[in-house]
Design a protein around this ligand. Sequence first.
Ligand code: HEM
Length: 527
Amino acid sequence: MTDVSAMGPGPGDDREVLTNRQGHPVFDNQNQRTVSARGPATLENYQFLEKISHFDRERIPERVVHARGVTTYGFFEAYGKWGEEPIARFTRAKLFQEEGKRTPVAVRFSTVIGGRDSAETARDPRGFAVKFYTEDGNWDLVGNNLAVFFIRDAIKFPDVIHALKPDPVTFRQVPNRIFDFMSQTPEAMHMLVNLFSPRGIPADYRHMQGFGVNTYKWVNGDGETVLVKYHWMPKQGVRSMTADDAAAVQAGDLGHATRDLREAIDRGEYPEWELVVQMMSDEEHPELDFDPLDDTKVWPEDTFPALPVGRMVLDRNVGNDFAENEQIAFGTGVLVDGLDFSDDKMLVGRTFSYSDTQRYRVGPNYLQLPVNHAKEAAVRTNQRDGQMTYHVDGGGENPHVNYEPSITGGLREAQYPTHDEQGPVINGRVTRKRIPRTNDYEQAGQRYRLMEDWERDDLVKNLVGQLAQCDRPIQERMVWHFLLVEDELGLRVGEGLGIGPNDVRHLEPLASQDLTDQDRERLGNLG
Ligand code: HEM
């Protein structure tokens, strides 16, 4: 090996010497090789061609959603209990068991719709994705700052995102496209009431909540299952911005939230969140007026208390944005023993989508990258080869055996930890149907009624501002929905648009919706 450190430019400069990726020292980084000082370049110009062709490949496709974000590291510390009960009664997941047990985490906060360099002041959900490097392998909890979502079936995800993304012709985000879709999607009302309130623009990433949104399961040592929802509560409090605040911040900085987080950590002000979990028995719950597997709904906390199970502290910034933020890969399929999926139709679709996009975006060996690799658990697979193979995963004692079963020293299956699961047995025809209890308006109305006056004023102002740019039939349908959400909201938004209840009472319910008796009564009272 050449000792390049001995080849510095001269006495007095003890910095390390620049090389190329082959380890060759670079003697001249200013001029490419040419025939005489003014002459043509030559094709054997290895150093220049390596440098420029690597540069040509510096970008990978950005995330199709959540392209702009920031990653930081820290730890999760378990409380060992759910309320007064030892947590083992509900889940056997090792990271939760012992009070004080710490698990390293990587967390990525993001905006959803804009590209990699877009403004962090956008009215947009914020991503809140946590990777726990547990002793049983990695667990990803991929959430948002708002508790619900626009849609309840993953088959609608490309549609809702296309409506929210820029117009394919003009590349402008257009309210008419957004509300064209939303006006035909009654289940989106709960999300819209949140998104257009001040909560739709968090002040920064440190002062926002996180929600798993989808319903998951916990499995205990006897294989018994419960349904759970996860929420992160910031110890720093929750702060939001109005559209005017956001415009002022954006005028000076497109990346204020990333900067705020990095600088706080550099100052030693480590942000902290408490993880609280809601739980319900693993069944259909016909007594509820919503479906526990519907991600457009929250679970009322008076019936399903949110109990703390641990805390998370973020205390270290990344050393390189591309390696650790651009290439980090989260997915809802990444669970550990003791945690499981529910039949939530969004969750199932998400679970395919994440690893699918990451194989395309980062490459088939994305899990070999240090930020994605399990840190606290051994990785031993029979997977081999593929683009950018970085190393051979650990294997059995015989390197020739990359298959299973084998009696010649290959890997064996693990033993199932304790019991297999004992969740509910489900029977039914294969079909394409909406879930029975859609109840699209009630919780949206409750949310509106819970807001403070200034939040309601802001919500109405924001909705009117956007809807004023929409076609009249879209405006009318949105006013119709908002009247069903809450009279006052519908009347106020309608007033801002010059549309009264009499202008919308002729509208029929959408073919895509199931109205409750309560909704029908409200419809009858319109006007
Ligand atoms: C990112 C799909 C719903 C939270 C992504 C990505 C895809 C995707 C393809 C890019 C991943 C990557 O390139 O690494 C979907 C689909 C959904 C869905 C198909 C619905 C069926 C949701 C919901 C939430 C959410 C409901 C919130 C609970 C996130 C977050 C990220 C993300 C936080 C960014 C992860 C990161 O920081 O790398 N999603 N998503 N998504 N999604 Fe979803």
